[in-house]
Design a protein around this ligand. Structure first.
Ligand code: CDP
Ligand code: CDP
Length: 223
């Protein structure tokens, strides 16, 4: 593909968005950004100052924080926030903060800025529907809730071999987050207009990437 372009990959938790998007970005030699990392960073900075979603000062507070995105990483007040983004407290609270109008407005400006000067693959919930409705290519990845819960379970067991975790609890968390993201009033998780839906319950990562890659080429007419 030539000139600057945007590929959006939306979908629920553990549908493989970030793994697939990161690998595809490497293959296409363009930047990858997880929009979820912006929502997670906002969540963590609020939690760290004990600002609850219901706090009337939340909007003013986030507007006084300095957010920068460099090479797909989020910095808040010049601190790399990567290590805070997957903490359980961040993960459990993020959907509540992400449903607020002031948080979405703040994130939208940051996310649109990133794509002003470069080609990008961005994943999230509303990238093809709200952030970049004119994206060059739009995808919606999904898989059954059971498959997604098992993926998160396997991931946790691999990363924390000495800790115990309950698959049913993970499934319950996934169901709860899906529900909040789909039913919220602002920018709910939907399949964007013109998005290609890929259910990868039975596909591995490479097969999912190949399915996306094939339709990119089909659309641009390249061999
Ligand atoms: O990787 P996973 O799908 O579990 O999470 P994520 O993409 O980091 O998103 C975390 C949460 O942020 C989601 O459950 C949404 O509540 C919120 N989010 C959003 O509202 N809009 C986006 N574009 C991206 C994330
Ligand atoms: O970003 P998102 O929450 O949508 O998912 P992810 O973090 O990319 O994927 C969650 C886990 O599922 C990772 O450990 C992936 O390696 C795994 N996965 C998989 O086994 N098969 C797929 N087709 C997609 C993801």
């Amino acid at each position: 593909m030539s000139s600057s372009y945007i590929i959006s990959i939306d979908g629920p938790a553990a549908s493989g968005k970030s793994t697939v998007a990161r690998k595809l970005a490497e293959k296409l030699n363009i930047t990858y950004l997880s929009s979820g990392s912006v929502y997670r960073a906002i969540t963590y900075v609020c939690l760290s100052k004990n600002i609850k979603p219901s706090d009337e000062n939340l909007k003013d507070f986030i507007n006084t924080q300095s957010f920068n995105i460099e090479h797909g990483k989020v910095f808040v007040n010049n601190q790399d926030y990567s290590k805070f983004l997957s903490l359980p407290e961040t993960e459990n609270a993020v959907s509540s903060y992400a449903s607020l109008a002031c948080v979405r407005e703040f994130a939208l400006t940051l996310l649109r800025d990133v794509a002003k000067h470069e080609s990008i693959i961005m994943d999230g919930r509303d990238i093809g529907s709200v952030v970049f409705p004119n994206a060059t290519n739009k995808f919606f990845l999904t898989a059954s809730q059971e498959v997604r819960a098992k993926r998160r379970y396997d991931e946790f067991c691999k990363n924390h071999p000495n800790e115990k975790i309950n698959l049913d609890n993970i499934l319950a968390e996934i169901i709860k987050r899906d529900d909040m993201d789909r039913k919220r009033e602002l920018s709910p998780l939907i399949v964007a207009e013109n998005a290609i839906l890929i259910d990868n319950s039975k596909l591995n990562i490479e097969e999912t990437i190949q399915a996306i890659y094939n339709s990119l080429h089909k659309k641009t007419g390249e061999a």
